[in-house]
Structures are given as C-alpha cells and as structure tokens.
Design a protein. Structure first.
Length: 367
C-alpha cells in the first residue's frame, strides 16, 4: 500500500463563528487521485486552501511526509494549485506561461528548454509553444495552466473545480485527460468538485463532505454501491430512498412488503433507510411484482427511459430501463436482494436542501 503523503489530524476551521471544517481527520497517499466531493459550502475548498497554505486551521495538525507544516508558507510547500479560472498571462505565449515558474526559480536555460516541451506533450499540447492564450479554447487554456503547475515538479497538485467553466463535451474530454496526466506523471492529485460524475470517473478515492464533516471515504464503486447514509446515496447518483424496518438479518420491510436483502448486523426491528438505484428496478407484470405501481411519466433519455412510478402509498419511484411502458399503466416492480441497500437512519439533510440553504445564506450576506 502506498505511503501516506499528507495527513490532516483534527483540523478545525471557523469563519465568523460559523464552522467550515469540524475536526477533520484524513490522509492522502502518494500517487493517489483523491477527490473532495460535496455541495456548495460543505468545506471542500477550505480544506484545499489549508493544504495549500492559503488558510490557517484554527486547530489541528497538517503533516507532509510525517512533518508538521502548519506554519510553512505556501511558496515553501511542495504543492501547486490549479484554479477554476486559468489565470494565464495574456502577454506571454504558451511556452513562456509554462516556463514562468522555472524562470522565477532561476533554473538553467537548458533545463527549461527540456521541461517545457515535456509538460506540453504530457497535457496534449505539443507544438503549441508559440500560440497565445487568446487563440486557445477553454480546455486548451486549462491544459496550459496544468502544465505550468506540473513543470515545477510538485509532490501534490491541488485542483479547485478546474473544469467548471468548460462546456459539457470539453469537461468529459478533460476528465479522461486529467486521469491520464495523473497516472503518467505519478503526482498526487487532490481534486475539488461538486460534480459526482467527475468524482466517479477520475478518482482512486472519494471523500464525500457535508456541512464541514466527512460523510464517507471510499473508492468510487464503494461510494456508489454502499453509501453510508441517505445524504451520500442522494448526492452520488440518483436514488430511491424510503424508510424501512430491518426485521432480522437479510430481511427488511418497507412499503408494506418484506424484502429479502443482503444486509446484516442491525438490531431486530431497527428502523432504517433503504436505497434502491433506478437501474436496479425491474418493471414486471403486476402478478409477478413485489409492489404495484402506476406509471406517472416517461422520458426518453437516449440510452434509456426514465420512468416515474407511484406506489399505493403515494411514493414516487424513479426507474431507468430500456423498455418503454405507457403512462397510466399499472405495473409491478421486482427487486433482487442485491438491488436493496440498507442504511442506518441519518439526520443529515439531503444535498438539494443544503444547496438551497447555502444559496439563501449567500443572498442574505449580500443584502
């Protein structure tokens, strides 16, 4: 297992009495692509800024290779940061933009002439040395910014929502490119985003955050398939979430039906929350279904239909399937045991509620 490169121990940060980070414990391995994921205001950018040295924690320790660096200024830390805004020097061509940091450090001219083309090749811009920033697309400008950060040989590259300003097609292209760059360079990437697709596509490890606290740490597969609570389930992908009762190991009651499942370790008759992903629901004839529903809506999404069903108690179920049904039809739904994920009850507000509250607070602050 790769060694721990960065460790945050009991890190806490407040702004005007409001908790931005509440006693965070986290480590980042060498050569890891780790993503901090969460809604606006969850503390992910604050954590990145503390690692970079742009913010000071109120308490706790930040370690780099086991040594405390709380008081080390940003320019002495072996990290570089790429921001959402490219911040390229418009009066410099691509070559000079990438070489800027090396020139500031007064590196040998031959080293600069060797390193700059290497970095441009790494980010897919070989031959762009004499181009000017204004002639580049948004994606190309972001690649230049990444090359400028990587040319200084940082141990860690911090990326604060670097793809947010790009259009959808360019974002998707850059997701695979960033992962390729990270694997080829061997540099540790710490990436901040609110975009779940970016996190799932690129990361070795995802840290899901909410209201200044870590909700879950895991691989993309673990986070998606085994969410720790309803907040994670709701934020990562689409989910159908309903209250239930764990009758005993491998048997859960919800929506008036006893469902076999693969979960165990709960107290008998413990109140729980149940998550079912839309792609894991089978629409079947009523006589073969576990629940009976009415088709309320159907939308063609290209690769599948998104179907909204309503059960007898009024709960709406979202289903993703390649089979179309008619609005108003009565159908059954069938759930395999491995389609059901049982979680402990959580009081954590769902992501959409947190986003609404954050935006409301921002408007209030601006008045």
């Amino acid at each position: 297992m790769a060694e721990r490169l960065i460790e945050l121990k009991n890190i806490r940060k407040t702004f005007d009495g409001e908790v931005a980070l509440g006693k965070i414990d986290l480590y980042v391995r060498r050569r890891e692509f780790l993503t901090l994921l969460g809604p606006s205001g969850c503390g992910k950018t604050t954590m990145l800024r503390i690692i970079a040295g742009f913010e000071q924690a109120d308490s706790g320790d930040l370690l780099f290779e086991g040594k405390r660096i709380n008081d080390v200024p940003p320019y002495q830390r072996r990290v570089n940061t790429v921001f959402q805004k490219y911040s390229l020097f418009q009066h410099m061509n691509v070559y000079d933009n990438v070489a800027f940091g090396l020139n500031i450090k007064k590196r040998d001219k031959k080293e600069i002439q060797k390193r700059v083309p290497e970095m441009l090749e790494l980010v897919g811009l070989a031959g762009f040395e004499k181009r000017w920033p204004e002639s580049l697309s948004g994606g190309q400008q972001q690649r230049v910014a990444i090359a400028r950060a990587l040319v200084n040989d940082p141990e860690v590259l911090l990326l604060d929502e670097p793809l947010a300003a790009l259009d959808l097609k360019m974002r998707k292209e850059m997701q695979s490119e960033l992962k390729r760059m990270q694997q080829q360079s061997g540099i540790t990437f710490i990436y901040v985003t609110h975009d779940q697709e970016e996190a799932l596509t690129m990361s070795d490890t995802i840290v899901v955050m909410s209201r200044g606290e870590i909700q879950q740490i895991g691989t993309p597969v673990d986070i998606y398939n085994e969410p720790a609570n309803s907040f994670v389930a709701d934020f990562i992908g689409e989910s159908n979430i309903t209250p239930g009762v764990m009758l005993k190991d491998y048997l859960c009651r919800f929506r008036g039906y006893d469902f076999p499942c693969l979960d165990a370790g709960f107290a008998p008759n413990e109140e729980v929350e149940v998550v079912v992903r839309p792609e894991d629901i089978d629409i079947v004839p009523v006589d073969k279904g576990m629940l009976t529903c009415t088709v309320k809506n159907i939308i063609f999404m290209g690769v599948h239909y998104e179907i909204t069903l309503e059960d007898a108690d009024g709960m709406e179920w979202t289903v993703h399937t390649t089979d179309a049904v008619g609005v108003g039809e009565t159908v059954g739904i069938y759930l395999d045991p491995d389609a059901i994920h049982v979680m402990k009850r959580s009081d954590e507000p769902l992501a959409a509620e947190q986003e609404e509250q954050y935006l409301a607070d921002q408007e209030e602050d601006n008045e």
